[in-house]
Design a binder for this molecule. Structure first.
Ligand code: AMP
Ligand code: ZN
Ligand code: FE
Ligand code: FE
Length: 302
């Protein structure tokens, strides 16, 4: 029997609506053999997901989705099988990144105030709860105040990149995020790459080719964010650049309707073999080796 995985999900530790244990229960009901928990800039939900996964018989990939700033704009980098322990190299960087999220939220609130929509940071934090603070939480707080009637409206009118209340944030670069993921034992993939250059696949491929030597090893081809043409274009790029074609729903629970757990897109599920590929790549890596060193390594020594 073929089995399926979902390599892109969010919980209440970022901007999803389910606790990790609830997410795992849904994954079991959806017949998934494993999921990757990939909260924005945080690994805090992984322990809870693993405990629940053990009880429910669902595998858990310790994952993260790191927000980075790149020349084309915001790029999200997925890390799979990263070491979630506090001592892991990625943890310090993620703490800094979360502080930058809060600082940025304050700047967005200043802009909203100037636009006649005052909002206190505590109102946003009350909504974020445990979650790594983000624009979706700000949008919900705006809704609670009656400034807007939906999160989508908040993004479209004010919070989108370039919107009147948008503020950029200090963030890691893509190469920094990739290096942190690798140094923490994981495999790095670019999330929903179709959103980066919106249909200009030539530019996308050149951008990705430049990241290979930085240690990029995966490309999220299958995602709710892609239409069928984008899926196929990304599969082609992944094949040419020898990247693992990963996939996931980007499930956020009811907070982001439209994504269904276990389904990367209507008609696309992600076979377990993709996770096997990721793990084979990681296992074949020499500990601590940079991608260059790995290429120069004497194959007879492996
Ligand atoms: P942030 O982490 O603060 O940069 O916010 C980015 C997150 O907001 C994304 O990862 C999405 O989950 C969410 N998002 C982006 N655009 C929209 C939208 N139009 N409606 C709802 N959520 C969105
Ligand atoms: Zn999100
Ligand atoms: Fe994303
Ligand atoms: Fe996501």
């Amino acid at each position: 029997m073929s089995r399926y995985v979902d390599l892109h999900t969010h919980s209440i530790y970022s901007d999803g609506s389910l606790a990790p244990a609830e997410l795992i229960r849904e994954a079991r009901k959806a017949g998934l053999s494993a999921i990757a928990l990939t909260d924005h800039d945080v690994l805090d939900g992984v322990a809870e997901a693993r405990a629940a996964g053990k009880a429910e018989g669902v595998g858990v990939v310790s994952g993260v989705e790191i927000s980075t700033r790149a020349e084309p704009g915001e790029v999200h980098v997925l890390g799979f099988d990263v070491d979630p322990s506090e001592a892991s190299p990625i943890q310090r960087a993620l703490r800094v990144q979360r502080a930058a999220r809060e600082e940025r939220a304050n700047r967005i609130l200043e802009k909203l105030g100037a636009l006649g929509m005052p909002l206190a940071i505590d109102e946003v934090k009350a909504i974020a709860g445990l979650g790594s603070l983000g624009r979706p939480h700000i949008a919900e707080a705006m809704m609670a105040r009656g400034y807007i009637s939906s999160v989508d409206e908040g993004f479209a009118r004010f919070l989108r990149e370039g919107g009147s209340a948008y503020a950029p944030r200090e963030a890691l670069t893509v190469p920094e995020a990739i290096a942190l993921i690798r140094d923490s034992g994981g495999l790095a993939a670019i999330a929903h790459p179709g959103l980066i250059y919106r249909g200009d696949f030539g530019r996308l491929e050149r951008f990705l080719a430049g990241l290979i030597e930085e240690g990029l090893e995966g490309l999220e081809c299958f995602t709710t964010a892609h239409d069928e043409g984008t899926v196929q274009a990304c599969v082609g790029i992944a094949r040419r650049l020898d990247l693992v074609p990963t996939g996931g729903s980007d499930y956020h629970g009811e907070k982001k309707p439209g994504a269904r757990l276990g389904w990367a897109r209507r008609g696309h599920r992600v076979p377990e073999a993709v996770l096997d590929d990721i793990r084979t790549r990681i296992a074949n890596r020499r500990p601590g080796a940079s991608p260059d060193a790995a290429m120069e390594a004497d194959p007879s020594a492996l």
